[in-house]
Design a protein around this ligand. Structure first.
Ligand code: K1U
Ligand code: ZN
Length: 169
């Protein structure tokens, strides 16, 4: 397995719309392993293929305390959302150091395939529901800062530019 590099906002490649996965092969299994290693090392609780410059509908999530409950969602689709919403402080490995509140449905039902192509449905709540929605957004080219005011988005872009300049020095 290998650690992959994570694209940073406002990289235009984060705006790509991911295509469905059709081949459940060794290449896919390797990418899943590499994405899991990258997520655990960051550390994070989720990662979308878009963030590692792979434009396919694949996300990995582990919201467990023990970091031993990896969930793999291939071609995920939200099939139901609760009317009840919650505000959660979100972060993103593609927007390091930035955390802000986003309102989303409290519970969602996700239909997806596993690494072998087997279809499943999962009811999600709490952090798992937030994380699934955040990661599926990545697959459509959406980043959590898009939910914030344009003033906040401008400030975040400035911070990210300064960070890049600092890192290059
Ligand atoms: O998509 C990503 O970049 C992953 C992101 C997922 C996420 C976290 C919180 C709310 C919504 C979505 C992260 O993992 S950011 C890092 C983080 O929040 C975290 C890191 C270690 C332990 C717990 C949380
Ligand atoms: Zn993210």
């Amino acid at each position: 397995m290998a650690k992959l590099s994570i694209l940073e906002y406002p990289d235009p490649r984060l705006r790509a719309v991911a295509r469905p996965v059709t081949a459940f092969d060794a290449h896919l299994r390797r990418l899943i392993g590499d994405m899991a290693e990258t997520m655990y090392a960051a550390p994070g609780v989720g990662l979308a293929a878009t963030q590692v410059d792979q434009q396919i509908q694949l996300i990995v999530i582990d919201v467990s305390e023990t970091k031993d409950q990896l969930r793999v969602f291939v071609n995920p689709q939200i099939t139901w959302t609760s009317d009840e919403t919650v505000v959660c402080e979100e972060g993103c490995l593609s927007v390091p150091g930035i955390y802000d509140e986003v309102r989303r449905p409290a519970r969602v039902r996700v239909r997806a395939q596993d690494a072998q192509g087997e279809a499943f449905e999962l009811d999600c709540e709490a952090l798992l529901a937030v994380c699934v929605q955040h990661e599926i957004d990545h697959l459509t080219g959406k980043v959590f800062v898009d939910y914030l005011s344009s003033l906040k988005q401008d400030r975040i872009r400035t911070k990210m530019k300064k960070r890049k300049t600092r890192e290059a020095a």
